[in-house]
Write a protein that binds this ligand. Structure first.
Ligand SMILES: *Cc1c(COP(=O)(O)O)cnc(C)c1O
Length: 366
């Protein structure tokens, strides 16, 4: 199919054994995160000679992969993370899906995978959400988490980009990230491990980056922390991001700073949205380098009053403490700060249709 074709269709083959309505209701009452999957998935196949074909929505189920499939050996894989939100009137909306399409294409280029045209990406998501709309939870800050991904399926052990690739979208109902109210997390400063280096894959959303971060994540857990903060690989001095979330610093004059995109930081869509929303709320925002010394000194002097992390899964998470070999740093009172909570509310209000969508970020699907 050529990239100039605008209408991509994902014909539906309905599941013969969907989850029973009563069981689905039970799951939706307390879905957690990433535990349960809907009845269908979107799929498409790419071959070097045939381009993208076999676009479809099919019953959710295991894949059949040759044991020599390239992804299993050389990790040629990219993914996305996004959500469908049910509004109070029952309608279902996506948040900035075009940005996910664009980022998937960028990640694919870096991993030598084929680009999926934006229109095909958007329809793969919309078709799945329409088909499994009953799986979008209602109430609180629940949502249907969507996971588009692309893998090299060619059965070949030679080292080169694969000539056969599969694209899929799976969907998983997600409960409120903070069911008992917003709670700050503690983060561990990784001084031994880095996540990404200049020229590497840090700005691509790929599974390999996560594989490389897990041992640091274990170290964090051993120190009672939920997340890891990574520094730059060159000097081990500049703050980059967490394993799967971007970081923001709030100052006593109300200004907000996030580390600039250095080439090894993942460009979060939540990050970009917060830069706009914080400005709307009257904060001066900037993207620049932040050193770990500035972080320590800023907290000690009271200049840095709040720190928060952001990403699609949790939206905005207050960071209460930074823990490292050199000791512990408590941000303000260690509780969620007022700017963090205001930014969080402003973002969720747009995502759940409770506030005017001034930036044109939401798209209605159902
Ligand atoms: C996905 C991801 C983020 C957050 O991106 P969002 O688009 O805001 O969800 C941040 N860092 C890393 C490493 C990620 O993979």
């Amino acid at each position: 199919m050529s990239a100039t074709t605008t209408a991509f269709e994902f014909p539906l083959t309905r599941s013969a054994s969907p989850v029973a309505a009563a069981r689905r209701a039970e799951i939706l009452a307390d879905p957690g995160f990433g535990n349960h999957f809907t009845d269908h998935m979107s799929t498409a196949t790419w071959t070097r000679d045939g381009g993208w074909h076999d676009l479809a929505v099919v019953p959710y189920g295991p894949l059949s992969l040759d044991p020599s499939a390239a992804v299993l050996h050389y990790a040629q894989e990219v993914f996305e993370g996004m959500k469908a939100y049910r509004w109070a009137d029952g309608s279902v909306h996506l948040f900035r899906p075009e940005a996910n399409a664009e980022r998937l294409a960028r990640s694919a280029r870096r991993l030598a995978l084929p680009e999926l045209p934006e229109a095909a990406f958007l329809e793969s998501i919309a078709a799945l959400v329409r088909t499994d709309a009953e799986w979008v939870p209602t109430g609180g800050e629940s949502s249907l988490y969507l996971r588009p991904f692309m893998i090299a399926t060619e059965a070949f052990l030679g080292v080169r980009s694969a000539h056969e690739v599969r694209y899929l979208v799976i969907a998983s109902p997600a409960g409120s990230y903070f069911p008992g109210g917003v709670k700050p997390v503690s983060i561990w400063l990784s001084q031994d491990y880095t996540r990404a280096a200049m020229g590497g894959t840090g700005s691509a959303k790929c599974g390999g980056n996560y594989a490389a971060s897990l041992v640091a994540q274990q170290e964090a857990a051993a120190h009672g922390c939920a997340q890891v903060c990574f520094l730059d690989a060159g000097e081990r001095r500049w703050v980059e991001e967490l394993g799967g979330m971007n970081l923001f610093f709030v100052h006593d004059d109300g200004s907000i700073v996030t580390p600039e995109l250095s080439g090894s930081i993942l460009e979060g869509i939540t990050r970009s949205s917060i830069l706009s929303l914080a400005e709307d709320l009257g904060h001066a925002v900037s993207e620049r380098r932040v050193s770990v010394d500035e972080w320590r000194e800023g907290v000690a002097s009271g200049r840095i009053t709040e720190v928060f992390a952001c990403g699609t899964a949790a939206a905005v998470t207050p960071v209460g403490r930074l823990v490292s070999r050199d000791g512990e740093l408590v941000h303000g009172t260690g509780e969620a700060g007022p700017v963090t909570l205001a930014v969080r509310e402003a973002l969720l209000d747009v995502q759940y249709g409770r506030a005017e969508d001034r930036h044109g970020w939401t798209t209605r699907i159902v």
